[in-house]
Design a binder for this molecule. Structure first.
Ligand SMILES: Cc1cc2nc3c(=O)[nH]c(=O)nc-3n(C[C@H](O)[C@H](O)[C@H](O)COP(=O)(O)O)c2cc1C
Length: 418
């Protein structure tokens, strides 16, 4: 595709791209070599200068996150790679884990060096069990070549990586819940603060990052922050992987320089919309991002531009919906998902989600929402707003409110009798 900029994806293209030989032939592990010659603080400064923001959804600056880890802490400290990839519509981390696992392992190791950790945990979603053998193989290869283990490349730095399989819960991808799950408990979210950088895994300072975030780190170290920060816009640096699905001709994972195209160009020019399809709406960054209507698609794909239209780049999952479905069905399905995945720890999310689901299931059976349904749904969403223990409940009430504000006419339109 003319517009594609394959930076991370360039490591996925060789037939045996997952092997250490293929990875090294592309300059793999040169970022780690450079990092081992630098002071930990210098690595953090380099990542800050590159302007890398987290790719897991919240877009928090990675270098800043690492700088919160207390330097004088006696340890242990931990690196956690969030490979839970649970946001509906998201399937880009899978591509990296399956085809370029060394890029992720190298990123985790550099993160360990930067924050003074000796252990890294990859939290792999249970549904990616089939990728597990490849990751294990990559870890074995890295140990054999001295990129992991004791005294890495003679530097005196030790780092081990372990892979932990989740059990299939969406909430387990939320960093504080990920840590609970890693500790062998139910993934109930923890209260914040304290931040995970202060009190994380086993109560120790921990840097949790998304797979794609870690995958950017070796590239920043090997090519340099000055080079990297030229990509994208001042607020949204680098490239991003986007997984696009739904009413498009060519679904899949694409990589673009941030800000190099609009959402409309991505959907129509790159992924292609079937001739007979009429767009109903688009989630630009996973189900938790706010849906955009067909007239809102001329937005450049950057953090700042999507924020201006009240949404987010989220996890980079573009879900395109056409009119073969209805606003009511999409809303019911979304709320049902959040309600099903509610951990039940707090009342607004547990009860509110369930109540909204029942209301919407009934409305769907009827074919439309009554005016009473609309005001009740709004009331439940308002009741939940700001009162949930974690962002999962916030996503549910926000989706409901945004659908009511953008699609109320459609939601309440009575089907015309045949
Ligand atoms: C309900 C919920 C689910 C999440 N699931 C994931 C996930 O599957 N993968 C991920 O990387 N981040 C997920 N996150 C975001 C993480 O909490 C966290 O922000 C992220 O892993 C930090 O990495 P980053 O700074 O590199 O983006 C989720 C957040 C919430 C609220």
């Amino acid at each position: 595709m003319a517009k594609e900029y394959r930076l991370l994806l360039s490591y996925t293209e060789k037939p045996e791209s997952h092997t250490i030989e293929a990875y090294e032939s592309l300059g793999g592990y040169s970022g780690l070599r450079r990092a081992l010659e630098m002071e930990p603080d210098e690595i953090i400064e380099e990542v800050k200068k590159a302007g890398l923001k987290g790719r897991g959804g919240a877009a928090f600056p990675t270098g800043r996150k690492w700088s919160f880890i207390p330097k004088d802490h006696p340890g242990p400290k931990y690196v956690v790679d969030n490979a839970d990839e649970g946001e509906p519509g998201t399937f880009k981390d899978r591509e990296l884990l399956y085809r370029a696992p060394h890029l992720v392992l190298e990123g985790m190791t550099i993160a360990g060096r930067a924050i003074g950790a000796r252990e890294g945990y990859m939290y792999l979603r249970y549904e990616y069990l089939w990728i597990f053998p490849r990751i294990k193989r990559a870890i074995r290869e890295a140990y054999a070549k001295g990129y992991l283990g004791k005294n890495i490349l003679g530097s005196g730095f030790d780092f081990d990586i372990y892979v932990y399989l989740g059990a299939g819960a969406y909430i387990a991808g939320y960093a504080v819940s990920t840590l609970e799950s890693l500790e062998g408990k139910r993934p109930y979210p923890r209260l914040k603060p304290p931040r995970t950088s202060q009190v994380g895994l086993y109560g120790k300072p921990t840097a949790v990052n998304n797979v794609e975030t870690h995958a950017n780190v070796p590239i920043i170290l090997s090519k340099g922050a000055d080079w990297y920060s030229q990509l994208g816009t001042p607020e949204s640096r680098g490239t991003r992987l986007f997984s696009i699905s739904g009413a498009v001709k060519r679904p899949g994972v694409y990589e673009f320089e941030l800000g190099s195209l609009t959402l409309r160009e991505f959907i129509y020019d790159v992924a292609g919309v079937p001739e007979d399809a009429e767009i109903l709406g688009v989630f630009p960054g996973g189900l938790s991002s706010q849906i955009l209507t067909p007239d809102e698609l001329d937005v450049p794909m950057t953090h700042e531009d999507l924020e201006k239209v009240g949404s987010t780049l989220g996890s980079g999952a573009v879900i395109v919906l056409d009119r073969s479905t209805s606003a009511l069905k999409v809303l019911r399905r979304a709320i049902e998902f959040f309600s099903y995945e509610s951990c039940g720890k707090c009342t607004p999310c547990r009860e509110g989600g369930n109540w909204m689901t029942r209301l919407l299931v009934n409305a769907e059976k009827r074919g439309y929402m009554t005016k009473d349904d609309v005001s009740l749904l709004r009331e439940i969403a308002d009741m939940m707003r700001g009162r949930n223990f974690c962002p999962l409940g916030d996503s549910a009430e926000m989706v409901a409110r945004v659908f009511l504000s953008k699609y109320e006419d459609e939601l309440t339109r009575q089907p015309v009798a045949a």
